[in-house]
Design a protein around this ligand. Sequence first.
Ligand code: RTP
Ligand code: MG
Length: 143
Amino acid sequence: MAIERTLSIIKPDAVGGNHIGAIYSRFEEAGLKIVGAKMLHLDDEKAGGFYAEHKERPFYNDLVSFMTSGPVVVSVLEGENAIAKHREIMGATNPAEAAEGTIRKDFASSIDENAVHGSDSAESAKREIAYFFSDNEVLDRTR
Ligand code: RTP
Ligand code: MG
């Protein structure tokens, strides 16, 4: 299995609920290493650009206003099969449909305020990591 990197965002609802450490623990317990991390308060341009693929969707404006409503924690996670593993521990987009023991089941309140983001493919991961991190902000933790 290949070592992959993926982008995680702990969204404003989960940061506001003081769940950063609990969510980081889920990543580490799943064998994912945090190799880049920063806390940011996104503006409309940065959040809107990140979710540009959803620009024509009815929920886009609400999504951007939620993502700019408070600080987020943006991280790069590394590990075997990291992209799919991260999506699995996050759970379904709608927390009402998320499996027991997933991050969204335990920390999200609705489909609009659903605690975390994770890249959905290798292409998305590459683009999303570069959207928030320069090369020297993603660190080598292999030693
Ligand atoms: P994310 O991108 O945030 O990791 O979530 P996802 O892949 O599970 O879901 P995606 O389809 O990419 O949608 C991005 C975010 O938009 C909000 N959403 N609302 N009201 C709705 O029908 C609806 N659908 C999506 C969610 O907050 C979702 O995380
Ligand atoms: Mg998505």
